[in-house]
Design a protein around this ligand. Structure first.
Ligand SMILES: [Ca+2]
Ligand SMILES: [Ca+2]
Ligand SMILES: [Ca+2]
Length: 440
């Protein structure tokens, strides 16, 4: 799903609650997750079934195996014919065959204005989102913390990024970004503190490239499990070890619709690896309707604006800093279930309105595929800010997923006040103003 498939903004509700007419034209609203077609299956085995035994059974059944996991007792296979499916189902070692759902990058919204042209000799820009959550400093920059970025890859040639030499891809032969989303997310987390482009929230953190989405911004549950499996299997031998995972991706779904994916996430959770996940860019949904953002084991992140907007709508006041992004999926955090938004973070620089009251989003400035910078808006970007904060908290000695979640929630700025309500007519307040994430 490309950003151009979505409209920039739509109806704005006036201050007094009257709906203001807008001429904004809805472009194709191709919410890819609403049209999920399974691409294969995940075959779950009894615990203790060896990987060799799983592979052997797949071969005998005539199934084409894509992945044979360590993190869960499962394999991923391509589409099964009736005969292969029956052979697998009959085997005593098989306990379930579940659909392998497609999964998508959380599509950035229209980027709004392009970034200013940047001369390589210019000093680097501190993006507004980094300023909002806390500019890195000598003792708080993510040093020594490995962060896996499950996305479209990273631009290994970008001069403002320094990804680790170790990487994994579930798609093709390389981890080089062929879309741009992963490179942008990586820059928010860890763009270098130097004299070019931008600086990330945690510029000394080490990004590990884990490519699970292809050049069309699409992957599958099995790809995500493969990426988590690589983290699980290699973590102990990597230096620095991976202690956080950024997943600016997801799909519509429920807590139980893929027990293999849930099990993989739980396994990393038990290791104390913090998984930060984008809530989604559909304001009509609650985070509990998203996978994996709706899992209690992850930190689900909603998007807000970083600075005040420039507004010329005559019927409504300015859209201020810390306003809920008009597109953000949200949902109050429930401490009993562990499901809900952990915190909001900048997912756009600002929201502007024109005289017709159409909202547009000015994106977060970060690294661009091919060099330089570009702007994108979305909960993908909000998530990356929080992953950088997690790296800085871990650098300070903090550990344990719930410790970190608790600290992020209790140290957020403007708890009880932010995020402010979006004036977007389709926005609904989720019942909690959890505040804007802050770095130590
Ligand atoms: Ca830089
Ligand atoms: Ca809502
Ligand atoms: Ca909220």
């Amino acid at each position: 799903m490309k950003d151009s498939e979505r409209s920039a903004g739509r109806i704005l509700r006036g201050r007094l609650g009257t709906v203001v007419v807008t001429l904004s034209v809805l472009l194709t609203f191709a919410l890819a997750a609403s049209a999920q077609v399974q691409s294969g299956y995940i075959v779950m085995f009894r615990p203790g079934t060896t990987r060799a035994a799983r592979a052997d059974l797949a071969r005998r059944a005539g199934a084409v195996m894509r992945f044979n996991y360590s993190i869960v007792d499962a394999i991923a296979v391509r589409a099964l014919n009736a005969n292969a499916r029956a052979l697998l189902q009959q085997d005593r070692s098989v306990i379930a065959i579940v659909p392998d759902f497609p999964i998508y990058g959380v599509a950035p919204r229209l980027p709004g204005l392009p970034p200013p042209p940047q001369d390589p000799s210019d000093p680097q820009t501190i993006p507004a989102g980094v300023s909002r959550v806390g500019v890195p400093w000598e003792a708080s920059n993510g040093d020594g913390i490995g962060v896996a970025i499950l996305d479209t890859g990273i631009d290994f040639g970008h001069p403002d990024l320094a990804p680790a030499a170790d990487w994994f891809t579930a798609v093709g032969e390389s981890c080089q970004d062929d879309h741009g989303h992963g490179t942008h997310v990586t820059g928010i987390i860890a763009a270098l503190d130097n004299d070019i482009d931008v600086v990330g929230v945690a510029p000394k953190a080490t990004p590990y490239c884990v490519k699970v989405l292809d050049s069309t911004f699409t992957g599958s549950d099995s790809n995500i499990i493969a990426g988590l499996d690589w983290v699980f299997s290699n973590n102990a031998i990597l230096s620095p070890p991976i202690r956080a995972v950024n997943m600016s991706l997801g799909r519509d779904g429920t807590l139980d619709d893929n027990p293999a994916l849930r099990a993989a996430v739980s396994r990393l959770y038990d290791l104390g690896i913090v998984m930060v996940v984008a809530a989604g860019n559909d304001q009509s949904l609650e985070v509990s309707q998203r996978v994996p953002a709706g899992y209690p084991e992850v930190l689900a992140i909603a998007a807000a604006s970083a600075v005040d907007g420039q507004n010329s709508c005559p019927f409504a006041g300015p859209i201020l800093a810390d306003t809920a992004a008009y597109f953000t999926t949200d949902g109050r955090y429930d401490p009993d279930t562990g499901i809900g938004i952990t915190v909001s973070a900048p997912g756009e620089e600002e929201e502007d309105t024109d005289p017709l009251c159409t909202i547009s989003s000015l994106g977060i400035l970060s690294t661009s595929l091919g060099g330089g910078t570009t702007r994108l808006s979305g909960t993908s970007m909000a998530t990356a800010h929080v992953t950088g904060i997690v790296a800085r908290l871990m650098q300070s000695g903090m550990s344990g997923v719930e410790n970190i979640r608790g600290f992020i929630r209790s140290s957020a700025d403007r708890i009880g006040i932010a995020p402010l309500d979006s004036p977007f007519s389709e926005y609904t307040f989720d019942g909690e103003r959890e505040g804007i994430a802050q770095a130590p």
